[in-house]
Design a protein around this ligand. Sequence first.
Ligand code: TA6
Length: 307
Amino acid sequence: MEAAVTELDIQRLNDRFAIPSIAQIVPGNGGLPKVKISSAAASAEIYLHGAHLTSWIPAGAEEVIFLSDKAQFQDGKAIRGGVPVCFPWFNAKADDPKAPSHGFVRTKTWELESIIHEGNAIAVALSTQHDQATQKWWPHDFHAVHKITIGSDLKLELSVTNTGAARFNFQEALHTYYRVGDVRQVRLSSLDGVTYLDNADNLREKVQQGDNIFTQRTDNAYINTESELELSDPQLRRRILIGKQNSKNTVVWNPGDELARGMADLGDEEWQHFVCVEAANIRSAAITLEPGEEHTMTANIRLAELH
Ligand code: TA6
């Protein structure tokens, strides 16, 4: 159990990192500390819990990131929505069904490392590393940095370094929840022709036919694709362009009506207002790091007018 963060802790964080009238650390939901950014280019919120971005609003635009009204903000729980950081495994841990889904870093409190101007953007870096609790699940020494660059575009960079004496493999995902008007009206292109494993159909291998549309539960892990995708949203009258680097997989998820009803931290109708498009390296694309090696996966997100 991690100690609660006190007002004094928050004051000390602000003494070190705040940028007057642009970036400050404040108590968020559940009293969890969050970095609140409000610049000319955009506003955003990032919890130290899981280094979890929960909001990004470019100037002149509407919220781009979905956050469940029933999201839980407490130690040991993953926040439903935003950008969960999945590491060092994806979904259930293959050799331990009791292990936390999507790994353990999304429920850890990360250290704030820096908040700096980068052009017209603000870059927030948070880090975490192995400890006794993580080594219970995964016996490796690692250091991870999540650098989030908030501007008229959004950049997410997840860097992992092997700080131990032995090679390790890991899986990762930036499990981004994009806010949409009505998921049944959006189209995601272009994964046309890309092979995927359908997690809603016993991981059967299939090939994407045309654009993704969302009329039922979708849980697809696309293999060997580095394409930039476009999420067209007629109701919010915008496109979200989703690029990535050093990521071989893209995961596309929406629970649909039935699965959503069983999720305590998601409102019954909220499944209609998001789709997850995730830069990832999972399964056969898991990353191997020799001692001292580092790997960075990046997601680049920007808005565009509807065609
Ligand atoms: O990204 C798709 C997925 O792996 C789905 O299978 C579903 O489990 C989703 O992630 C949410 O996982 P969570 O552990 O956050 O409930």
